[in-house]
Design a protein around this ligand. Structure first.
Ligand SMILES: Nc1nc2c(ncn2[C@@H]2O[C@H](COP(=O)(O)OP(=O)(O)OP(=O)(O)O)[C@@H](O)[C@H]2O)c(=O)[nH]1
Length: 267
């Protein structure tokens, strides 16, 4: 039954019950009682549907506020994740910068003694494992004290930087040139015999000879001396460095601007 015919029927019954003519009708009391029951049922249904509507809108509200809370928490989580990513990147950059600072010489930009020792240890280990040895060259600027004394410490620093640049430019990518200390440099040549290392270091020595420096309209050149030692598998890296240092001392004693190779077994 449609809503309009339902309303129409109700109107007809109300009209019937209100009419004086029907008061004597034997069906009147029954219809009247039935009408009361019907109205009571209609009121109950109304109440139930009202309660059901209220319940549904409450459930909907709860659902909405729950999804709003979940969304808010998701947004907060995303924010935390973004901050954590930024923080981690900062920490990585900081670690890289710290490692760079702790392994590099601030004046020349070359690796420092710490980096050289790290690599020397690694190379001795690698040589022990695969049988391919390496050579170490120790280089020292000749009469560097005179440069400092004559032109001042600042010029001395400039000379160190220029020499470092030349040394680094002359070696292969696999080699490592670092500042051992003061005016001493070490070049580590992996998988290289003393003979081959000597060719490289002679070339480096020549390149330094061709470096012309200008101070107060004055030109001057300089030289380096070098000592080379091939690493003996089983020896420590410091034994090899000491042998290279011994060869350097020979080069100095024999007149400087020279490159000497350490004997395989020191006398
Ligand atoms: N400008 C400057 N000088 C330094 C630095 N480190 C060490 N020196 C100087 O380097 C000089 C080294 O002098 P010496 O060890 O006597 O050797 P040298 O004059 O080079 O003589 P030989 O090595 O015998 O040819 C010293 O005067 C040190 O003060 C530095 O970072 N900058």
């Amino acid at each position: 039954m449609s809503r309009s015919s339902h309303v129409k029927l109700e109107e007809q019954i109300t009209a019937l019950l209100d009419s004086d003519e029907q008061q004597g009708n034997p069906l009147y009391p029954l219809l009247s009682e039935l009408w009361e029951v019907h109205q009571e049922l209609a009121r109950r249904i109304d109440r139930i549907s009202h309660i059901s509507d209220a319940y549904q809108s409450l459930a909907k509200e709860r659902e909405q506020s729950l999804s709003e809370r979940v969304n808010k928490q998701l947004r907060q989580l995303e924010k935390v994740a973004r901050i954590s990513d930024r923080y981690q990147k900062m920490m990585r950059d900081l670690n890289i910068a710290l490692h760079e600072a702790s392994t590099h010489d601030p004046l020349t930009g070359l690796g420092n003694r710490r980096l050289l020792i790290e690599r020397l240890k690694e190379e001795s280990e690698r040589a022990r494992r695969n049988g391919h040895s390496f050579s170490v060259a120790m280089l020292d600027i000749d009469h560097f004290k005179r440069i400092n004394d004559q032109y001042g410490h600042e010029v001395g620093d400039k000379v160190l930087t220029e020499v470092a640049r030349v040394l680094d430019a002359e070696i292969r990518e696999a080699d490592l040139c670092g500042r051992w200390g003061g005016e001493e440099f070490i070049i580590l040549l992996p998988e290289t015999t003393a003979f081959d290392a000597q060719q490289v270091i002679e070339r480096v020595r020549e390149a330094v000879l061709h470096l012309h420096l200008h101070v107060n309209a004055e030109n001057f050149s300089l030289s380096i001396s070098a000592g080379i030692a091939a690493h003996h598998i089983g020896n420590s890296y410091s034994e090899t460095v000491n042998r290279a240092d011994g060869a350097l001392l020979q080069a100095k004693q024999q007149g400087r601007n020279l490159c000497r190779v350490a004997a395989d077994h020191p006398a």
